[in-house]
Design a protein around this ligand. Structure first.
Ligand SMILES: [Zn+2]
Ligand SMILES: [Zn+2]
Length: 111
């Protein structure tokens, strides 16, 4: 799973899923989530599937991977599933394309 923003391995942070088709487009790594959205996603409690950055309809959702622990043959097995529900943050198509097209820039700029 590659991060849609930096193209590096996204790990098990968030999946990127197209809302209408349900197709998984990629992932979003922890660094990009923090750099691009800061706390926007944390405070997302919208039940309306609105974009986290504006109030337009969400086109893409970013569900978190949730580790689930199962006991199998007496062993603890951890599997990751994708969170569901209305609190999953979304982006509209415009903000999602901004995320895809934004060139990586140095973030420690000395003035
Ligand atoms: Zn990334
Ligand atoms: Zn938006």
């Amino acid at each position: 799973m590659r991060c849609v923003n930096c193209r590096k391995n996204a790990g098990y942070n968030r999946a990127v899923i197209e809302l209408f088709s349900g197709v998984e487009i990629g992932g979003l790594c922890m660094n990009c989530e923090r750099d691009e959205f800061g706390r926007h996603f944390d405070s997302s409690t919208d039940a309306d599937r609105c974009c986290s950055l504006c109030n337009r309809d969400g086109q893409v959702q970013f569900p978190r991977y949730v580790p689930e622990t199962h006991v199998r043959d007496g062993d603890l097995v951890v599997e990751s599933s994708i969170e569901t529900g209305d609190a999953v943050p979304c982006l509209c198509d415009e903000h999602f394309h901004e995320l895809l097209e934004e060139p990586s820039r140095p973030r420690s700029v000395t003035l």
